[in-house]
Write a protein of this length. Structure first.
Length: 622
C-alpha cells in the first residue's frame, strides 16, 4: 500500500460520518469505523453484504432509484433525506433517521459508489421538540385573553392574531391579518409617523416600550402598555417583530385617582395650621409637616426616623413608651384619643401645653399613628386670665352690690338729713352767718350735692344689668332726638353744633341706649376745650352688627388712657377742671356689653375724640 493510499485510508477511518462503498451489485466493499459505530456492526460482518441490509424495507425502492439515476447520469440534486424523511437500519433492527450523499468512481475497471451517511437523530429530535414547543406556544398565545399578542412582518403588517388581541382591539383575525399595525394608533399619531418610529427603535435597540393611547375597531380609545421586540434569525437578519399590548385603562384611572387623592391629602397636610406627625409601631417619626416644623423648631431631617420622645419633656418619655408598649401588646387604646392635653418640648428645650388628637391606621401588616398637635399656650393663658378676671369680676360685683345697697339704704338718709338741716340753717340763721361762715355753708351744700350725684351714678351703674328693660325695637333716631332735647341748654350755652346722620332701628333697651348716647354727647360737650363744640353722630352697617360713632373736636385723650377711662371712678382731670363722678364711661361700657357689643375710641390730643360702639343685629328680642 502506497503512502497516499495509507493517508486516504486514515482519513476515511477518522471521518465522523459513515462512509460505505458498494459495487455495481450494491454489495458493500468498504465500511469505515464511523459506519461500524453508527450501524453497530463490525466491518468484517458488513463487507460483502448487500447495502439493503441496512435500509428499511420501505426505503429500499427509493435507494435503488437514487443509485440507478446516479449511475446513468452521474448527477444528484440534493442529499437523500434532506427533502423527505429517510431512515437507516442498525444491525439490531432499530431504525434511525439519516441523510445520505452518493458519489461514483472506478477501480480496476469497475464502478464503485461511495455513500456518506449522517445520523440526524439528534437534529430530528430537536426539530420535533421545537415543533411541539411552537405548537404549545401557539396554543398558549391563542388562549391568552389579557394580552394582545401578535406578530408583525418587517414592514409592520399583522401576521398573527390571538384571542386577547381580538378581545382588546375588537378585530377578528380575518379582518386584520395583512393590515399595517398603524391602524391601532390615534389618527394624529399615525399621521406623524409614530408607528414607524417605534419599529425603527425596536429594530435598532432590540425593543421599544410605550404607554399611550391606542384605538379599538369601534374608534374608542384605551390606555395601553406596549412592548415591540425585534425578531432576528441566526444570521442576525431582521425577520419581523413581536408585539404585546395590554389594556391598562383601569389601572391608569386608579393611578390618576390615587395621585389626585394623594395630592389633595398632601396639600391638606402641607397647608394645615396644626402640626401633623406620624409615627410607626416603634415610635419613630415618619411624617413631619411644615406646621410641625414651626411649632417645634426642628427641620424634618432632624426628626424623621427618630423617636417621637424627642418632642416631649424627659419626664414624659417613660409614660409614652409605656402607653405604646401596652397598646401594641394588649390593644388597649390609652394613647388613642381626641383633644388630650399634653406637654410638648421645642428644639430649644422650652415646654409648652398642646392639644393632641391621635388616630391609628393599618398599612400592610404594620400600624402607624397620626398625631394632630395644636399649641394651646395662648388659650391656656387666656383661660387663666379669664378665670382670674371672672373671679375678680365676681368679687367686684359682690362688693359693688353691697356698696350699692349701702348707698341706697344707709347713705341716702344721712345725706338727706345733712341737706335738710343745712337748708334749714341757711333759712333761719342766714343773716347771722356772714363771711367765712357763708362760704363754709356753700361748701357743705356743694359736697352734699356731689355726694347725691355720686350715689345716683353708682346706683345707675349697678342697675344696668339688674334693672334693665327687656330688649325691643329701638329707633336710634328717636332716642337721639330725646337726648338732644335733654342737652339743649348745654348745647345752646356752649354754642355747639350737632350733626346727626341717619341712624338704624336696633334691638335693645331704649332707655339704656338713651343713657349711652347722653353720656357720650355730654362728655363731648364738657371736654370741648377753647373751640365751640362740633359733634357728629353716625352709624355704619357691618357684617352682623351696627357700628355707631360719636365724634367731637375737643381736648382729646392720650393713648395710654384709652383703656383706663372705662374703669369706674377713673378720672383724667380734677373736679375743679371738669366736674363729674368718673362713672359715666364705665356705665357706657356696661350698657354696650349688656347689648352684646364692644366700645372703643380713637383720639388725638388737642384735635378731638371719636367713641365707637357696636350693637349686634338681631331679628327679635332675646
Amino acid at each position: 500500500m502506497s503512502v497516499s493510499e495509507e493517508r486516504l485510508m486514515a482519513i476515511i477511518g477518522s471521518a465522523t460520518d459513515a462512509i460505505i462503498t458498494i459495487d455495481e451489485a450494491q454489495k458493500i466493499t468498504l465500511f469505515n469505523s464511523a459506519a461500524e459505530r453508527m450501524f453497530r456492526c463490525p466491518a468484517n460482518e458488513a463487507v460483502g453484504q448487500p447495502i439493503e441490509r441496512f435500509i428499511p424495507q420501505r426505503f429500499r425502492g427509493i435507494h435503488s432509484e437514487h443509485i440507478r439515476v446516479f449511475a446513468e447520469t452521474g448527477v444528484t440534486t440534493r442529499a437523500m433525506g434532506a427533502q423527505r424523511p429517510l431512515a437507516a437500519l442498525r444491525a439490531d433492527g432499530m431504525e434511525f433517521p439519516v441523510e445520505a450523499t452518493i458519489s461514483q468512481g472506478t477501480a480496476g475497471g469497475e464502478k464503485l459508489f461511495t455513500v456518506i451517511i449522517r445520523d440526524i437523530s439528534e437534529r430530528r429530535g430537536a426539530e420535533e421538540a421545537l415543533r411541539k414547543s411552537e405548537e404549545s406556544f401557539r396554543l398558549l398565545v391563542d388562549g391568552v385573553q389579557e394580552y394582545a399578542i401578535l406578530m408583525l412582518d418587517r414592514d409592520g403588517r399583522v401576521a398573527s392574531w390571538n384571542a386577547g388581541a381580538e378581545r382588546i382591539k375588537g378585530y377578528k383575525a380575518e379582518e386584520i391579518i395583512g393590515k399595517n399595525f398603524s391602524i391601532f394608533y390615534p389618527p394624529d399619531e399615525a399621521a406623524t409617523g409614530k408607528p414607524a418610529v417605534e419599529l425603527n427603535e425596536a429594530a435598532e435597540t432590540g425593543r421599544c416600550e410605550d404607554e399611550a393611547w391606542r384605538v379599538r375597531k369601534d374608534g374608542t380609545r384605551f390606555w395601553a402598555s406596549v412592548l415591540i421586540t425585534a425578531l432576528r434569525d441566526e444570521a442576525g437578519e431582521l425577520r419581523g417583530f413581536s408585539k404585546v399590548t395590554r389594556d391598562i385603562s383601569a389601572r391608569r384611572e386608579a393611578e390618576q385617582a390615587l395621585r389626585e387623592s394623594e395630592g389633595r391629602l398632601r396639600a391638606i397636610v402641607e397647608t394645615a395650621v396644626d402640626a401633623i406627625i406620624t409615627i410607626d409601631e416603634d415610635g419613630a417619626v415618619s411624617t413631619f409637616n411644615p406646621a410641625a416644623m414651626r411649632l417645634f423648631g426642628y427641620a424634618p431631617e432632624e426628626v424623621i426616623g427618630k423617636n417621637v420622645n424627642l418632642l416631649m419633656p424627659a419626664p414624659y418619655h417613660a409614660e409614652h413608651d409605656g402607653y405604646l408598649r401596652n397598646y401594641m401588646t394588649s390593644g388597649v387604646k390609652k394613647i388613642i384619643g381626641i383633644g388630650r392635653e399634653v406637654t410638648g418640648r421645642r428644639k430649644d428645650g422650652t415646654p409648652f401645653p398642646m392639644e393632641l388628637a391621635v388616630s391609628e391606621t393599618l398599612l400592610g401588616n404594620r400600624r402607624i399613628f397620626t398625631g394632630i398637635v395644636r399649641d394651646i399656650s395662648e388659650r391656656k393663658r387666656a383661660e387663666q386670665d379669664l378665670a382670674r378676671q371672672a373671679e375678680e369680676l365676681a368679687r367686684s360685683n359682690v362688693e359693688l352690690e353691697r356698696f350699692a345697697y349701702v348707698a341706697s339704704h344707709d347713705l341716702q338718709e344721712p345725706i338727706r338729713t345733712v341737706q335738710s338741716f343745712t337748708q334749714l340753717l341757711q333759712r333761719r340763721c342766714g343773716e347771722a352767718i356772714k363771711g367765712d361762715g357763708e362760704e363754709y355753708m356753700q361748701f357743705i351744700v356743694g359736697g352734699v350735692q356731689r355726694m347725691q350725684t355720686l350715689i345716683s351714678d353708682l346706683l345707675s351703674y349697678s342697675r344696668v344689668n339688674s334693672q334693665g328693660a327687656a330688649f325691643a325695637r329701638a329707633d336710634c333716631k328717636e332716642i337721639i332726638s330725646r337726648v338732644l332735647g335733654n342737652l339743649a341748654a348745654s348745647i345752646q350755652s356752649k354754642g355747639a353744633e350737632v350733626a346727626v346722620e341717619p341712624l338704624p332701628v336696633v334691638m335693645g333697651d331704649a332707655t339704656q341706649l338713651g343713657q349711652l348716647f347722653q353720656n357720650l354727647l355730654g362728655n363731648a360737650l364738657k371736654f370741648h376745650g377753647k373751640r365751640p363744640p362740633r359733634l357728629r353722630v353716625a352709624a355704619r352697617e357691618k357684617a352682623g352688627e351696627w357700628v355707631f360713632s360719636v365724634q367731637d373736636n375737643g381736648i382729646g385723650i392720650a393713648r395710654e388712657y384709652f383703656e383706663r377711662i372705662f374703669i369706674i371712678f377713673q378720672r383724667l382731670h380734677t373736679i375743679e377742671e371738669y366736674g363729674g363722678t368718673g362713672i359715666g364711661l364705665a356705665i357706657c361700657k356696661k350698657i354696650v356689653e349688656r347689648h352684646g357689643g364692644r366700645i372703643w375710641l380713637e383720639s388725638i390730643v388737642g384735635e378731638g375724640t371719636t367713641f365707637y360702639f357696636s350693637i349686634p343685629k338681631k331679628e327679635r328680642p332675646e
